[in-house]
Design a protein around this ligand. Structure first.
Ligand code: PXG
Length: 289
């Protein structure tokens, strides 16, 4: 494995950054998780745009242009020679002192690109569907740390993940501070009711997932009605189908929420249809390497 750090490649055992990097000390930085399918990087431009928007919001200046960043990702993929890869792109605030002030780190942002493979959920869950719960930890308030900023500070999600796994679930629904469904710990959520798709709007304290947007794109192109609409837990419980979406997870059906069976209790037909449409898109769209 060859890991990119600030323009140079290192073996995994040699790929290191400073213990004074504010990415480590404070989770001060931004990241993206990206996938390639058959040597096509899926929605790379969208991921790079979201990275630069996250960075802009936290006043982190990335020392490469967007085009240079795309080239760096492609170069790292070529170096690692994987046909189907999971790419983790990280920009940290860089090395500073032990104080919070990011100004001490200016000009030192670190860019790290790791290319690996990932299987987030076992095949059994993808085929039979997940059983998930709603956890007590609410999603970060948009007015505090906006979930649309994909920052290195993931403790909000990790606390929710701990609550999920403690209860024997691989994923969990996080609510916003008003009690509406926001998203899962590392995935967006969709429900199906009467052949319409619903997902919470991004203003509800959700990350604007690239997979979520791709589902909206394929649904619209195939005349499946889609709504970005507030969702309550009750609406999830009485939905016909439910599924979660993420770059790492892809599309995973959900068959039980808080002990309530969803629809037939089995992965539903519209979930299968949009998953097929999504995988079709990944096969034909992307930047080649
Ligand atoms: N919501 C959150 C909070 C995420 O972290 C998504 C939605 C899906 O977004 P994309 O753009 O990938 O469709 C994510 C991204 C993990 C893990 O181990 C998950 C993500 C990132 C890093 C790790 O579950 N998901």
């Amino acid at each position: 494995m060859k890991i990119y750090i600030n323009g140079k490649f290192y073996e995994k055992s040699e790929a290191k950054i400073s213990v004074f990097d504010h990415g480590l000390l404070y989770g001060d930085g931004v990241f993206e998780g990206i996938r390639s399918y058959g040597r096509l990087v899926f929605k790379l431009k969208e991921h790079i745009d979201r990275l630069y928007e996250s960075a802009h919001s936290i006043m982190l200046s990335i020392p490469l242009t967007r085009d240079e960043m795309i080239k760096a990702v492609i170069k790292t993929l070529k170096e690692n020679n994987l046909d189907n890869a999971y790419i983790r792109l990280i920009v940290t605030r860089g090395e500073g002192d032990l104080g919070l002030d990011p100004k001490k780190c200016y000009g030192k942002a670190s860019i790290i690109i790791i290319v690996d493979t990932i299987k987030l959920y076992p095949e059994k869950y993808c085929k039979e569907g997940l059983s998930i719960i709603t956890v007590p930890t609410v999603r970060n308030l948009p007015e505090a740390l906006n979930p649309q900023i994909k920052s290195l500070n993931y403790l909000n999600n990790i606390l929710a993940k701990i609550e999920a796994t403690n209860a024997g679930c691989a994923e969990a629904i996080m609510l916003d501070s008003l009690g509406y469904v926001a998203e899962c710990t590392g995935d967006n959520i969709f429900i199906v009711k009467n052949n319409h798709l619903y997902t919470p709007p991004q203003c509800m304290g959700t990350l604007r997932g690239i997979t979520r947007d791709s589902i909206l794109e394929v649904a619209k192109a195939n005349r499946i009605p889609v709504h970005e609409h507030v969702i309550t837990r009750h609406e999830v419980y009485i939905s016909d189908e439910c599924f979660i979406t993420g770059t790492a997870a892809e599309i995973v059906p959900v068959v039980k929420v808080d002990g309530r069976s969803i629809g037939s209790g089995k992965p539903g037909p519209l979930t299968a249809k949009v998953a097929k449409l999504f995988h079709g898109l990944t096969k034909k769209e992307g930047i080649k390497y």
